[in-house]
Design a protein around this ligand. Structure first.
Ligand SMILES: Nc1ncnc2c1ncn2[C@@H]1O[C@H](COP(=O)(O)OP(=O)(O)OP(=O)(O)O)[C@@H](O)[C@H]1O
Length: 302
């Protein structure tokens, strides 16, 4: 795999807030990355650093081999779609579509027109007058039709209805298959985007806590459930990332459960259930007080 962006020991501080704290990871060429994490985890800050909109406090960011800060050659190959995109006051949707090719060499006007139809976007309407979902659709269309070699979508779906969100996911996957490029998608709707993602970067309180293949991650943990005594005995000495329980019943989510571990769980009369990416993210980023470690006073019902 070729890395097209390298982040090393990257830290960004805003006075007393450390938004990004010693992050290191690569973005791999032509793959779809999920940048996941809770509110305020540092996702937008990371994307701003990768697109040259912020200076690092320390550490380094290289995109296509160079610093992205004030680097026109790098930034010409990057698009950053975010909800808070500003447009000139009198701009209409058609103006956005007309000016986009000035910024993006790979702009596909025909694809953009098809997307405008699919998202039912009124092209003559002023941007200021668009509904929240329509405004998101403008961003999604620009991000897709630009075909930038490195595309960031920072929660691009806000206000989009379920049909429009599915259209975005479908077109992204189809178009990416025909025109591979590197995509970074930040999202809270993890179940919805789970199938799109090839790599997952999970950030929590500014720190990268997971940087892994999505498939590996999905298979990396399982939940065992049964009587409290059986669950406790099974969990002993294993890597437990979460516990739940009520009365005499309990469950434990265990990382790194291999084939023999799964057999042992069955033999102990426990039920085994897969853990979705969303569940895993929740379990890995719960506040410490909520992640219990066998203390029944801290346990919560599932
Ligand atoms: N310009 C700024 N000045 C001060 N603090 C900031 C600034 N920008 C971000 N922060 C803080 O840095 C932290 C990370 O913010 P960031 O916007 O990167 O999070 P996020 O993961 O994108 O969150 P969300 O999912 O809620 O959009 C937060 O605590 C935020 O309040």
């Amino acid at each position: 795999m070729t890395a097209i962006a390298r982040v090393r020991d990257l830290t960004k501080r805003y006075h007393e807030v450390t938004a990004v704290d010693g992050a290191s990871f690569d973005l791999e060429e032509n793959r779809i990355h999920g940048l996941l994490g809770r509110n305020g985890a540092g996702k937008t800050t990371l994307m701003r650093l990768l697109t040259g909109q912020e200076f690092a406090s320390s550490g380094s960011v290289e995109v296509f081999g160079h610093s992205p800060v004030e680097n026109a050659a790098v930034l010409a190959r990057v698009s950053f779609i975010k909800e808070s995109q500003k447009y000139p006051d009198d701009f209409r949707v058609q103006h956005v579509l007309k000016t986009a090719p000035w910024f993006f060499d790979g702009w596909d006007a025909e694809f953009a027109d098809r997307l405008v139809d699919e998202f039912r976007l009124p092209t003559r309407r002023r941007i200021k007058k668009l509904s929240r979902g329509q405004l998101s659709a403008v961003g999604v269309i620009v991000g897709l039709a630009a075909r930038a070699p490195l595309t960031f979508f920072d929660e691009p779906y806000l206000g989009l209805d379920a049909v429009a969100r599915q259209t975005f996911y479908d077109r992204l996957l189809e178009d990416w298959a025909e025109h591979p490029r590197t995509v970074v998608l930040s999202s809270h709707l993890i179940d919805e985007v789970s199938n799109l993602l090839e790599r997952v970067i999970l950030i929590d309180e500014g720190r990268i806590v997971v940087d892994a293949e999505a498939d590996e991650l999905r298979g990396s943990a399982a939940t065992v459930a049964g009587t409290r005594a059986a669950v406790d005995a099974f969990a002993e000495g294993r890597d437990v990332i979460a516990r739940d329980g009520i009365g005499g019943l309990a469950s434990a989510t265990i990382s790194g459960l291999d084939e023999s571990g799964r057999h042992a769980a069955h033999a102990a009369g426990l039920e085994l259930a897969p853990v979705s990416l969303q569940q895993l993210v929740i379990r890995l980023t719960r506040t410490p007080a909520a992640v219990t470690d066998g203390d029944p006073h801290q346990e919560r019902s599932a």
